[in-house]
Unconditional design. Structure first.
Length: 262
């Protein structure tokens, strides 16, 4: 199955936008076309169990991304990942060497050793209890309240609500045997990911993700750390234009791809 996706632009460099675990590809509305207009070939997709991509078989998210790029004829791409999408990007970089040109990781999860804080454990326990009770609406609202930072306005919060509700609908309807499989990537593997990377954290994010950002930046050999004093967990939705400027600045600093690469 090919992931549901959008494609825009005709530039020599391909940029792949990977959404967070409470969103789908709609979270990139503020950056998708603008990046294409800036001269990049841009792909945004719904990972399996999000948006318009159902859960129809056991899967590894990073391999689904590889299959999408194969279908599009893309050999090498810059991966931009938000939260869960950042971990998928890192998994991809390890599992499919040579196919990642650079990484932009926004408040990203990562395959690093980390013990969840008491606050984050309590959140997941509450979410599980609500879902087990069949109260999907309350579980959705719980996620919106945690993951939307102070700069997220009513429209952004409404969009996160719609995207998270859709993800719950898809994932709760899927049989257990069709779930995501472990990537097998470890934190030691990240030391071998030598492509340029920017690791972005938000001052108002859940503290666990700030710690994950610090650990990820320390492990990646060519990483630059950026801390946004205004950001919560979802910078692309909280301040779309500033996030776009951050991404275009990072992309413009990369060396030009070979003429034959896409």
């Amino acid at each position: 199955m090919t992931l549901s996706h959008d494609l825009a632009g005709t530039g020599p460099r391909t940029v792949v936008l990977l959404h967070s675990g409470v969103c789908d590809r709609r979270m990139w509305d503020g950056q998708f076309q603008a990046l294409a207009d800036a001269g990049y070939r841009v792909v945004r997709c719904d990972l399996r169990g999000f948006g318009e991509t159902p859960v129809d078989a056991p899967h590894v998210h990073a391999d689904d991304v590889r299959d999408l790029l194969d279908a599009l004829g893309v050999d090498r791409a810059v991966l931009v990942g938000s939260s869960f999408g950042g971990e998928v990007a890192l998994d991809f970089a390890v599992r499919h060497p040579g196919r990642t040109a650079a990484l932009a990781l926004l408040c990203a999860a990562a395959p690093v050793e980390h013990e969840a804080s008491a606050g984050l454990r309590a959140f997941f326990e509450q979410e599980d209890a609500l879902l087990e009770a069949g109260d999907v609406e309350a579980a959705t609202a719980l996620n919106v309240d945690l993951w939307c930072g102070p700069e997220a306005g009513p429209e952004a919060r409404a969009l996160v609500h719609a995207m998270q509700r859709r993800a719950f609908e898809l994932q709760l309807a899927a049989p257990d045997e069709h779930g995501a499989q472990p990537s097998g990537v470890t934190q030691d593997d990240l030391k071998g990911v030598t492509v340029p990377a920017v690791v972005v954290t938000g001052a108002h994010d859940v503290p666990d993700f700030r710690v994950l950002g610090e650990k990820t930046a320390a492990l990646l050999p060519d990483a630059r750390r950026v801390d946004l004093d205004w950001a919560g967990h979802l910078p692309p939705l909280e301040r779309p234009e500033e996030t776009l400027a951050l991404l275009t600045g990072f992309l413009s600093g990369l060396s030009a791809p070979a003429a034959a690469a896409r």
